[in-house]
Design a binder for this molecule. Structure first.
Ligand code: C5P
Length: 225
């Protein structure tokens, strides 16, 4: 079967817009597979750091993109997706803001983006895929049938991040989180390659004043329309 006949729902948006939680729930309702493309950039950041590969050693980084041994598993304890690098659970290490910042620096290199493209396409299998990230609808799956661009105010996104960290027992000031999110938004929106922006045919959903359930419901309605 031609892979372009396999349905894909793309959900793009900035850091902290709730894409992860929402995309996972939409995938579950539709019975589709799920791709968290950001985790691939985060794994690259972590793996290169572990192997002491410099941020500008593109040859070594491209090789890592091609050879990193990655797997995903849904935890039976909390139903969260656990990420494994070379069979080691690295989920906690991937969630740090330090890892995200390094990921966003690496993500600005065209060679690394194209090296990760094939790995992302491999997730497109029946019965369908929900893919979330920054360029799912614009670059990775431009032929997707349903494209969502999820936003929320930067203040709301920083507040959500603060709550999430608090749950993990980590304290962080709102001011500091606002600055980190703004810096990452700006890098993601202004890079020359695959910048964060809605596809022309994307439906914009603003989650600032909506609950997770409301956003999930709205997206499922759009998919089924
Ligand atoms: O989505 P998440 O916050 O995990 O992504 C981490 C970083 O990876 C983003 O800030 C962005 O720079 C990069 N990324 C990307 N394209 C994607 C997904 C993530 O450039 N499709």
């Amino acid at each position: 079967m031609n892979s372009t006949a396999i349905p894909v729902v793309t959900i793009d948006g900035p850091a902290g817009s709730g894409k992860g939680t929402i995309a996972r729930q939409v995938a579950e309702i539709l019975g589709y597979h799920y791709l968290d493309s950001g985790s691939l950039y985060r794994i690259l950041a972590l793996s290169s750091q572990q192997q002491q590969v410099e941020n500008d050693d593109l040859e070594a980084l491209v090789e890592l993109c091609q050879t990193m041994l990655i797997s995903f598993e849904v935890s039976s304890v909390d139903e969260n997706v656990r990420v494994f690098l070379s069979n080691q659970d690295v989920s906690g290490q991937l969630r740090t803001e330090e890892c995200a910042a390094r990921a966003s620096q690496l993500a600005a290199h065209p060679q690394l983006r194209s090296a990760l493209l094939e790995r992302q396409h491999a997730f497109r299998v029946l019965p369908g895929l929900v893919a979330e990230g920054r360029d799912m609808g614009t670059v990775v799956f431009p032929d997707s049938n349903t494209k969502i661009f999820l936003t929320a105010s930067v203040h709301e996104r920083a507040t959500r991040r603060q709550k999430q960290l608090k749950k993990q027992g980590i304290g962080a000031s709102l001011d500091h989180l606002l600055k980190e999110i703004e810096a990452r938004d700006s890098r993601d929106e202004n890079r020359a390659i695959s910048p964060l922006r809605p596809a022309k045919d994307a439906v914009l959903v603003d989650s600032t004043d909506l609950s997770i359930d409301q956003v999930v419901q709205r997206i499922v309605e759009i998919v089924r329309r």
